[in-house]
Design a binder for this molecule. Structure first.
Ligand code: ATP
Ligand code: MG
Length: 453
């Protein structure tokens, strides 16, 4: 139920529709010209507009244009006579929510208006969430503590020439972070050139990166510039950098050190000014230890490191991500925005999201294609998500696979000691008793974790 504005120059239609919608529980305002309608919209919290197209003076289509200019989220439904198909089409193109043919069927009017009111309220929620987000980096959504940390490092390094290494599991948003850094830097107007080091063979990668001279190899019929040259003045994003062969790593290191390189088959040194942002979902340190990645290149790339946390460690971002993707696919699929059943949200909170944000995005897209008019329900989800088992949130949050066992256990121990001390009002003997350890052991551990007063 909502506030609906009906616009028609024919009094009879106004009365009929007003009755019909009031019976549905809507509050109905009426106007007999477009100008009158605009005045009403300015002064009242109208949630949906239902307007005739053909009116003397300003037409319904023009009214639609004006409304979209002042309040793009206000749903407008237009009514056309049978003969005005072209106008109906152009109305839909201009962003009308729906069109209804006159003479109309009561149930079509009821349904279209209900959709309008529902859409309006969803858009209101989304706008609210958007303002709540506070820190939005381009289109990177997140307000959890771990994401705030990411944003705060991004803010500090965005407008510097420093090399950045973005690490994180697959689908966490590493590329978004790289693009965000580019957009927020003074290089924003120069190109962002991206290359996936894992997707091509070593030879191809080399000529992709550095380009080649005419005649450098069979098939090199003309000179070709490489990504380094394309990225001059801007950013070169080396995705999956951990996949690069050792030979190419040497060549890359040289460019990073000297800011110059030669095309394949060339002898001339080419100077470039390129900021490097690299990304990987591998543990590069481990790769270095295993001899698969050069230590000196690792140190060169790892000047500033941004760790993008997996989604299961920032579940509080799930609702805003869901809202974001619903809006994204609502627009793409041209459909009204479905409501999300609380049961679905609970399942999302339980599920561990091995594919991270990308997986969540795919799940929303799929659900929006499958769901019916009454919103996204648990049955629209894949079984593994719907039936994923309860998790122990508090323990789950403490577990850190990046830090490894020893450091994680330390974190848990420090937390227990802090809590025991608080409970015991900082009487150490009592805290030691609660913890089941000796007082000297407690003091040793307090010193270790910097908890001594
Ligand atoms: N915080 C976020 N807000 C909005 N969209 C996100 C966010 N994180 C990721 N996405 C979306 O998820 C998808 C995957 O993101 P991206 O390609 O940046 O991940 P990645 O870490 O580079 O993954 P991979 O390691 O598999 O290449 C993209 O469609 C991206 O738009
Ligand atoms: Mg990627």
């Amino acid at each position: 139920m909502g506030t609906v504005l009906v616009v028609d120059d024919e009094k009879n239609y106004l009365l009929v529709i007003q009755d019909l919608l009031e019976d549905e529980g809507h509050q109905v305002l009426t106007a007999s010209t477009a100008l009158e309608a605009l005045e009403i919209i300015e002064k009242n919290p109208v949630e949906t507009v239902l307007s005739d197209i053909k009116m003397p003076g300003v037409s319904g289509i023009e009214l639609l244009d004006r409304i979209k200019a002042i309040d793009p989220d206000l749903p407008v439904i237009l009514m056309t006579a049978y003969a005005e198909v072209d106008q109906a089409v152009s109305a839909m193109k201009k962003g009308a929510l729906d069109h209804i043919q006159k003479p109309f069927d009561n149930k079509d009017v009821r349904r279209a208006v209900a959709r309008g009111v529902e859409k309006r309220s969803l858009m209101k929620n989304i706008r609210y969430l958007e303002t709540e987000l506070g820190t939005v980096w381009g289109n990177i959504i997140g307000k959890s503590r771990p994401m705030e940390n990411v944003f705060s490092i991004m803010k500090r390094v965005a407008d510097t020439p420093t090399t950045v290494l973005v690490v994180g599991e697959s689908g966490t948003g590493k590329e978004l972070v790289a693009r965000g850094l580019h957009r927020a830097s003074s290089r924003a107007n120069a190109p962002f050139v991206s290359i996936n080091c894992g997707a091509v063979t070593e030879t191809l990668l080399e000529s992709e990166l550095f380009g080649y001279e005419k005649g450098a190899f069979t098939g090199a019929t003309s000179l070709r510039q490489g990504k380094f040259e394309f990225a001059d003045g801007g950013v070169l994003f080396l995705d999956e950098v951990g996949e690069m062969s050792l030979t190419l790593q040497v060549k890359l290191l040289r460019v990073l050190q000297e800011a110059e390189f030669q095309r394949v088959g060339g002898t001339k040194d080419i100077k470039v000014d390129v900021r490097i942002i690299a990304a990987t979902n591998k543990d590069l340190k481990e790769e270095v230890e295993a001899g698969r990645f050069r230590g000196d290149l690792f140190f060169r790339l790892n000047v500033v490191r941004i760790e993008v946390p997996p989604l299961r460690e920032r579940r509080e971002d799930i609702p805003i991500l869901v809202a974001h993707f619903i809006k994204k696919y609502g627009e793409r699929l041209c459909r009204s925005l479905p409501e999300v059943d609380p049961e679905v949200m609970r399942a999302f909170y339980r599920y561990p999201w091995p594919g991270n944000v990308r997986e969540l995005e795919n799940v929303i897209e799929r659900a929006m294609v499958l769901c019916r008019g009454d919103g996204i329900k648990a049955e629209d989800l894949a079984e593994e998500i719907r039936d994923s088992p309860e998790i122990d949130e508090s323990l789950d949050r403490l577990i850190s696979w990046e830090k490894g066992l020893a450091e994680t256990l330390d974190a848990i121990e420090a937390k227990m000691i802090r809590q025991a001390l608080e409970k015991a009002h900082h009487i150490q003997a009592q805290a030691a008793k609660t913890l089941g350890i000796s007082r000297s052991n407690l003091q040793y551990k307090m010193k270790k974790y910097g908890l001594l007063p």
